[in-house]
Write a protein that binds this ligand. Structure first.
Ligand code: BG6
Length: 470
């Protein structure tokens, strides 16, 4: 029996890398309205008119749009056989496809060239259809995924990209970290709403339903159009622990897990999970869900599950517990874990446990689509001695290898931000994840020159030995 190729590579997204936000016929996406700076400025700026006198990190990002050949050559040197990246919807449909808009040929050609360059280098593109950016025109017209109209526009976009790239891209991901909308409205569904807004649950669960329906349509189209195509759901994943054996803590952990699994249960299992009704009743939600939507969900489950994993979360019924910040939200600080410079609690053993939980839940292949350590790197003599990053990654590789040994089917490992890029939560580049350092600062100054960090050679060796030597 032929052994399946394990995907070794990295992951990036369009708005965090490409830049050229208004070149090649592209129009702004929601992400292009977000300022860098303090957390508050970054999030508050979402959806506001673009002020040309201010610095917007995604507008030039790391200039991947113009430098991708150089970057792919470095990925190739590391031995990547896969790269996860996303398509910017507003490069393909600058106005989101409104008013019978035709696709933008220049945008389509950009990704054609990019995928060709990857394939020439022996790197398989793993493509996220929608990674935290929506054409601004759709935000302005509909307020994001608040409207059912978004489903048809997303379908139009998917049909175009599947048809165009069907011979180059076989592995697709629908929405990046779909569950993040439980915490932040503006990223996935492009909805400006605070978590304390009394309508938050109604708005988010409704938008979530439209996205789930659109995701089912994407699965259907992918299977119809892309020969041998596979499409995965994507979870922003955490191992969730109860702080103690107090049943109240255990119950909270159960409820937090439901929040985490609600969307992917629906996408992986072909319909809403049994506990959905209780959630809808708890919040007294009035959802627009049709029989046709439910049929689409039932007939089109995803082929595999991709997920990001940076940390675990610990929940406690005791509100006085010290909190630790996290990728999605804060949770009780776990006294057994160390934290990154941003306070995210590192937990490789949690990854092994989590993978076992996911696999026993779905019995479909998993893909680690993001993992990594955001740190403040210092460039000295043309390199970065990032032993801390190597330690983090080594521990996580060991953990997923242990999970594979437990019997979990894993398609590959694609650590996040394999080249430094713009941080999603802060809009800053000083939170770096890469094996490759990019000379750029948080105000947009720098030469954009690329430098290999110590982790570059480490990862190259890991890939060359297929993970045997860490
Ligand atoms: C994931 C996102 O949540 O975490 C990425 O899919 C993001 O887009 C990554 O960049 C790391 O988060 P941050 O905030 O450190 O960039």
């Amino acid at each position: 029996m032929e052994e399946k190729k394990f995907l070794w590579g990295g992951a990036i997204s369009a708005h965090q890398c490409e830049g050229a936000y208004n070149e090649g016929g592209k129009k702004p996406a929601t992400a292009d309205t977000m300022l860098g700076g303090s957390l508050r400025e970054h999030w508050a700026s979402f959806g506001n008119p673009i002020d040309p006198s201010l610095y917007y990190p995604t507008h030039k990002a790391i200039d991947f749009y113009h430098r991708y050949k150089e970057d792919i050559a470095l990925f190739h040197e590391m031995g990547f056989n896969a790269l996860r990246l996303s398509i910017a919807w507003s490069r393909i449909f600058p106005n989101g496809g409104l008013d019978n808009e035709e696709p933008n040929e220049e945008g389509l050609k950009f990704y054609d060239d990019l995928f060709d360059e990857l394939l020439r280098n022996g790197i398989e593109p793993v493509v996220t259809i929608n990674h935290y950016e929506t054409p601004l025109a759709l935000y302005e017209k509909y307020g994001g995924w608040k409207s059912r109209e978004m489903i048809g526009l997303f379908e139009k976009y998917c049909r175009v990209i599947f048809t165009r790239y069907k011979d180059k891209v076989k592995t697709w991901i629908n929405f990046n970290e779909i569950n993040s909308m439980m915490f932040v409205g503006c990223l996935g569904p492009a909805i400006k709403i605070g978590r304390n807004d009394p309508d938050f649950q109604q708005v988010i669960y409704q938008a979530g339903h439209y996205m789930l329906t659109a995701g089912a349509i994407a699965t259907k189209l992918c299977h119809e159009i892309v020969p041998g195509g596979k499409i995965g759901a994507m979870l922003g994943g955490h191992k969730i622990y109860a702080y103690s054996c107090n049943p109240e803590d255990q119950l909270l952990a159960m409820l937090e897990n439901e929040k985490q699994y609600y969307f992917i249960d629906t996408m992986m299992q072909g319909g809403y999970p049994y506990y959905a009704r209780r959630i809808w009743e708890t919040y007294d939600l009035k959802l627009d869900i049709t029989e046709e939507d439910l049929k689409l969900l039932k007939e089109n489950p995803c082929d595999y599950l991709s997920f990001s994993y940076y940390q675990s979360m610990t929940v406690s019924s005791d509100d006085t517990k010290k909190l630790a910040p996290g990728n999605m939200s804060s949770s009780a600080a776990n006294p057994y874990l160390k934290s990154s410079e941003w306070g995210w609690q590192m937990d490789p053993t949690g990854l092994r446990i989590f993978m076992n939980e996911l696999y026993s839940r779905y019995r479909k292949p998993l893909l680690i689509a993001e993992n990594g350590l955001g740190a403040k790197d210092v460039l000295v003599n043309g390199t970065v001695e990032d032993d801390y990053r190597i330690d983090y990654l080594r521990d996580h590789v060991r953990a997923f290898q242990a999970a594979m040994n437990d019997g979990v089917e894993l398609m590959g490992y694609l650590p996040w931000g394999c080249i430094d890029l713009i941080s999603c939560s802060t809009g800053q580049i000083s939170k770096r994840y890469g094996f490759i350092y990019v000379n750029l600062d948080d105000e947009g100054n720098g030469t954009m020159k690329r430098y290999k960090k110590k982790s570059f050679d480490w990862y190259k060796h890991v890939i060359a030995t297929n993970g045997r030597e860490l």
